[in-house]
Write a protein that binds this ligand. Structure first.
Ligand SMILES: [Zn+2]
Length: 441
């Protein structure tokens, strides 16, 4: 008699365990607000100093490597760890001294695009720089192209008619570093704001600092379980870097980047845990936390160079999903929605009454081109960004006020669950989105 309740209990327990083991994990059961809040809290904590490249991003990468490990991911085939390391070159305009036609030019009327470590030019040297004059009242576009596609030393005289453009260059190049995957080209470009249209005499000397910086993407994989589909990949990504330390506002100088893009990165970690628990992905799933998005998408660019584009069925990049979208709760938009049928596939797998994937409501902001998806889209991959940001009214965007307190975690959980459910037929190999035109889709 006494044994009966005991054996009954064992029976009940094993039945429960069996149910737990054999029921497939659902997005509802795996993706929790608490887990999302924990990852965003770590990444957007002051200890990570705003995750700028070469500073707090190192700590953030180490944290994400641990998260990928815990989620049950594996490193890329042939890689020893989740870190995908590469070098960028950080260059910064340091000094420029100019006199033109006998007159010294004020610092605020001159700008140097970083190039050679040091140079000096005169009008009488053997191979003087090429001269480009931007007169008043002309459309700027072709001149902008000539400046940024220069392949030799270039001295540009810009008429004050174009001072708005010129001042934006001054503000940018004298206070920001530039980054590139290869060392800067061995020539320099100098622009002067002046009414002069001739450079009969000039002397120009300048200095640029260049230093290599080691960066890392964090990349983990769940190998495909179906031999017919395991060579096909679906990529889930977000960028973990942000802007670092900014001019202080009310004593706060850390741009924590809770929405941009700790929210997307937390989603990638949650999706990794979800698909690992499901154990049924036919295609190979690649989870990436990119670095260096904010300084030009170099993490995604490096990553894209290691890929076989034809093997990538889709890329779902996730950016700024921490606040409700323009369309209300339980909705998100897909950038470049009309360029492939990826958005339509996501919606097919999720009832529109439960969640809506909408086209990008801000086409004039060119968001499709402004995030890491674009580096892969250029290779023909159906690569889109999923977001909820209300860009025109998001006053915290790119300021020190992008804090965790602004985030709506219950809606964010709904977004991540919708992505998980929406991607089901991509993960199972049942749907393959149409490809983009390679080049500039
Ligand atoms: Zn971002």
């Amino acid at each position: 008699m006494l044994r009966a309740p005991h054996s009954c209990l064992i029976f009940v327990l094993t039945t429960c365990l069996n149910v737990l083991v054999f029921l497939p994990a659902t997005a509802q059961s795996v993706v929790s607000e608490r887990a999302l809040r924990r990852v965003v809290g770590e990444l957007a904590g002051d200890a990570m100093r705003g995750r700028s490249v070469g500073d707090g991003s190192v700590l953030a990468a180490r944290y994400l490597e641990k998260q990928f490990q815990r989620a049950g991911l594996q490193p890329l085939p042939g890689a020893a760890s989740f870190a995908q390391e590469f070098t960028v070159y950080q260059s910064r305009s340091q000094e420029l001294t100019v006199s033109l036609n006998g007159q010294p030019i004020d610092h605020s009327h001159s700008v140097l695009l970083p190039g050679q470590p040091s140079f000096s030019w005169t009008a009488t040297q053997a191979r003087p720089p090429r001269l480009l004059v931007v007169p008043a009242g002309v459309p700027l576009r072709p001149y902008v192209d000539s400046v940024f596609k220069a392949q030799q030393d270039l001295l540009v005289l810009v008429h004050p008619d174009h001072s708005r453009w010129f001042n934006s260059l001054v503000a940018h190049y004298w206070s920001n570093s530039q980054y590139s995957l290869t060392p800067p080209d061995p020539f320099s470009v100098v622009l002067l704001l002046t009414t002069d249209t001739k450079a009969t005499s000039f002397s120009v000397s300048g200095r640029t600092s260049v230093r290599p910086v080691q960066l890392r993407n964090v990349v983990g994989v769940l190998p495909g379980r179906d031999p017919a589909h395991r060579n096909e990949q679906v990529i889930f990504s977000a960028h973990y870097d942000h802007l670092g330390i900014r001019p202080a506002v009310q004593g706060d100088s850390i741009a924590n980047g809770a929405d941009d893009d700790a929210s997307g990165t937390a989603a990638v970690v949650a999706l990794a845990r979800y698909y690992h628990k499901r154990h049924d992905n036919a295609r190979t799933l690649v989870f990436v936390a990119f670095t260096a998005e904010e300084v030009g998408g170099f993490g995604a660019e490096y990553f894209s160079r290691q890929l076989q584009p034809r093997q990538v069925a889709a890329m779902l990049n996730i950016e700024m999903i921490g606040t409700p979208a323009k369309f209300g709760l339980r909705s998100a938009f897909v950038t470049g929605f009309e360029k492939s049928d990826l958005g339509a596939i996501l919606q097919r797998n999720v009832p529109a009454t439960a969640f809506r994937f909408e086209p990008d409501p801000y086409p004039d902001q060119y968001l499709f081109y402004r995030s890491d998806n674009y580096k892969l889209a250029q290779l023909g991959i159906p690569a889109h960004t999923i977001s909820t940001v209300q860009l025109p009214s998001a006053t915290y965007y790119h300021t020190v006020d992008d804090e965790i307190a602004n985030l709506n975690f219950s809606n964010m959980r709904a977004v991540v669950q919708a992505i998980a459910a929406g991607a089901a037929s991509l993960v199972s190999g049942q749907s393959t989105p149409t490809r983009l035109a390679p080049g500039t889709p």
